[in-house]
Design a protein around this ligand. Structure first.
Ligand code: NAD
Length: 328
């Protein structure tokens, strides 16, 4: 199989090249994102391999179809960036990596909670500057605090286990409750109750029409004063303007984001010598009680290896039988 691999950095290539050693596939690595302007780069390929911010809308899929491209191999679990119906109509097979390391994402989520609560990001900079004062660094004990988890699938469940270890009370919201979470003492409640009772709210649901802007002006108004909100799921689950307003009034006491609704043009790029083109992102970065990481929650050795190996296995299954167990 000849595959155009979009959105690749040196670290992606390292893991994919290693995983590809045992297969006869030909990988062409491209740094650019897949968009209507770049889809032509996949000419003469059997398939494309893509990541979270590649654009697989009807326009791009139609161009791919015209070029004879047969499949899309996602290097991620989420597939909100793919027009699945169109892909089905065009006969383009879409495969994904349904699970790699839920631990990677859940542990990063816990890292955001701890860093925000104990203000480690500020303490780090302060001490290095010779300032050993504690003013402004006051945190709270996690024990007995209420953690609300929206989406208790693979990642939400691991996060629940971690927070249970801190002695937190767990509330959950999911249409398909997890017995493992129940076993940890999690109480499943309606979303409004989760929002109004939680000290920390962590989002682990997929981005769907139902979860789009789940965190908005109304839902924020129903939350506790000074609530901590963490989003490591998908950016558009949060209405950015609403959280900025909530941060300005103090309603939101801490915000940890690994994803951002307009991340596609910014994340994974080094803009340190450039002007950030996004005003809302720039505003978020001015708050001392906001931490943003650039979609790095998945980024561990184990997860990268698993993503690369599963992707190559998916492609091989398509080559051998035109279908794959990880097909959407
Ligand atoms: P999963 O499918 O195992 O779990 C998702 C859970 O959300 C399921 O239990 C599902 O029933 C639930 N859900 C669906 N709609 C819901 C709704 N409207 N309200 C509440 N819950 C709902 O997926 P996962 O592996 O745990 O991943 C969760 C999300 O994390 C993914 O969809 C992806 O967007 C995101 N993710 C982010 C990173 C990162 O690096 N930041 C990495 C991997 C995954």
């Amino acid at each position: 199989m000849k595959i155009a691999v979009f959105s690749t950095k040196a670290y992606d290539r390292k893991f994919l090249e290693k995983a590809c050693q045992k297969y006869p596939h030909e990988l062409t690595f491209l740094e650019t994102r897949l968009t209507p302007a770049t889809v032509g780069l996949a000419q003469n390929c059997d398939g494309v391999c893509v990541f979270v911010n590649d654009q697989l809308d009807a326009e791009v899929l139609s161009s791919m179809h015209q070029q004879g491209i047969r499949f899309v191999a996602l290097r991620c679990a989420g597939f909100n960036n793919v027009a699945l119906q169109t892909a089905k109509q065009l006969g383009i097979v879409v495969v994904r990596v349904p699970a790699y390391s839920p631990h990677a994402v859940a542990e990063h989520t816990a890292g955001l909670v701890l860093t925000l609560n104990r203000k480690l990001h500020r303490a780090y900079a302060r001490v290095r500057d010779g300032n050993f004062s504690l003013d402004g660094l006051l945190g709270f004990d996690l024990v007995d605090r209420t953690v609300g988890i929206v989406g208790t699938g693979q990642i939400g469940t691991v996060f629940a286990k971690i927070m249970s270890g801190f002695g937190c009370r767990l509330l959950g919201y999911d249409k398909f409750p997890s017995e493992t979470c129940r076993g940890l003492g999690m109480q499943y409640v309606e979303l409004n109750e989760l929002f109004s009772e939680s000290d920390i709210i962590s989002l682990h649901c997929p981005l769907t029409p139902e979860t789009h802007h789940l965190i908005n002006q109304q839902t924020i108004a129903s939350m506790k004063e000074g609530v901590m909100i963490i989003n490591t799921s998908r950016g558009a689950v949060i209405d950015t303007q609403a959280v900025i307003a909530g941060l300005k009034t103090g309603k939101i006491g801490h915000l940890g984001l690994d994803v951002y609704e307009e991340e596609a043009d910014v994340f994974f790029e080094d803009l340190s010598n450039k002007v950030i083109p996004d005003d809302a992102l720039s505003r978020l970065l001015t708050f001392p009680n906001v931490i943003i990481t650039g979609h790095q929650a998945f980024f561990t050795e184990e997860a990268m290896m698993c993503i690369a190996e599963t992707t190559l296995r998916n492609i091989t299954e398509i080559a051998e039988s035109s279908s794959c167990k990880n097909q959407l």
